[in-house]
Design a binder for this molecule. Structure first.
Ligand SMILES: NC(=O)c1ccc[n+]([C@@H]2O[C@H](COP(=O)([O-])OP(=O)(O)OC[C@H]3O[C@@H](n4cnc5c(N)ncnc54)[C@H](O)[C@@H]3O)[C@@H](O)[C@H]2O)c1
Length: 250
């Protein structure tokens, strides 16, 4: 029996990077996946690839910074599949800048694309996840825990996601819904760009990671998310798991 057989999962930012690795890992475990992304081209490519593994997945083209999309994402999922078992809040955009150069728009970006969609999608998904005793997996970052330079807006939004997740885990726990957080380190397009543009900083970061490698979006991160999305983690909630080769300790 596959671990996510017949389960229905929404994965935001599922068109590329970590979200796409999660989508592949989920479909291989039998899930029907709804990938949500504002990049239509990569979204369509991703769904074609996913359909080769499992034919039932769908792509919803939506900009999560437009809050009117949140209820539509959940209602379309229910219209198509009739249930929701797993919500993965993975999408996020941000800009890397020294603290003193951050503008109001820079500060707003990670909150509008990451924190607020995480908040509102959990509200929208609640009645359906209650029915299935489902799982929520939110994404944070070692950048927030370590206080990485030039990441003030991003770090603040990610630590806000962790605080929010602990509260919602407490409120949703009596309804059987589990809420956990993953902090990854993985070879997404975003990290590949960083490695290209700042090779010295990237190598220095890598040298401090006990595993001495960048994680794979599917085999390393996707598999850990399968654990949090499956019955194997039914007695775990409100926790943060570092899936980063040991780079950051809580
Ligand atoms: N890759 C890492 O090493 C790493 C490290 C720490 C935390 N994270 C976190 O893990 C998650 C995934 O990271 P990643 O590296 O794959 O990111 P990424 O930037 O490579 O991919 C993000 C995906 O989300 C989509 N997206 C962004 N904003 C959106 C919006 N407003 N509406 C719809 N879709 C949107 C993008 O199109 C893209 O497909 C993020 O929350 C990120 O902050 C990643």
């Amino acid at each position: 029996m596959r671990k996510l057989e017949s389960k229905v999962a929404i994965i935001t930012g599922g068109a590329s990077g970590v979200g796409n690795g999660i989508a592949k890992a989920f479909v291989k475990e039998g899930a029907k996946v709804v990938i949500v992304d504002y990049n239509e081209e990569t979204g369509n490519q991703a769904i074609e690839e996913l359909k080769l593994i499992g034919p039932e997945s769908i792509f919803i083209h939506a900009d999560l910074a437009d809050f009117s999309t949140h209820s539509k994402i959940v209602s379309r999922t229910i219209d198509v599949f009739g249930q929701l078992d797993i919500l993965v809040n993975n999408a996020q955009a941000s800009r890397v800048k020294p603290f003193m150069e951050i503008t109001p728009a820079d500060l707003e970006l990670p909150f509008k694309t990451g924190f607020f969609p995480t908040f509102f999608l959990m509200q929208q998904a609640f009645p359906y996840l209650k029915e299935t005793q489902g799982h929520i997996i939110n994404f944070a970052s070692g950048a927030g825990i370590n206080g990485d330079l030039n990441q003030a807006a991003y770090a603040a939004s990610k630590e806000a996601v962790r605080g929010l997740s602990r509260v919602v885990a407490n409120e949703f726990g009596p309804h059987g819904i589990k809420v956990n957080v993953i902090c990854p380190f993985a070879n997404s397009p975003g990290v590949q760009q960083w490695a290209q543009h700042m090779p010295e900083h990237f190598e220095e970061t890598l040298s401090k990671i006990p595993m001495r490698r960048v994680g794979d979006v599917e085999d390393d991160i996707g598999r850990a998310v399968v654990f949090f999305a499956s019955d194997d983690s039914n007695y775990i909630t409100g926790q943060t798991l570092m899936v980063d080769g040991g780079g950051c300790r809580l």
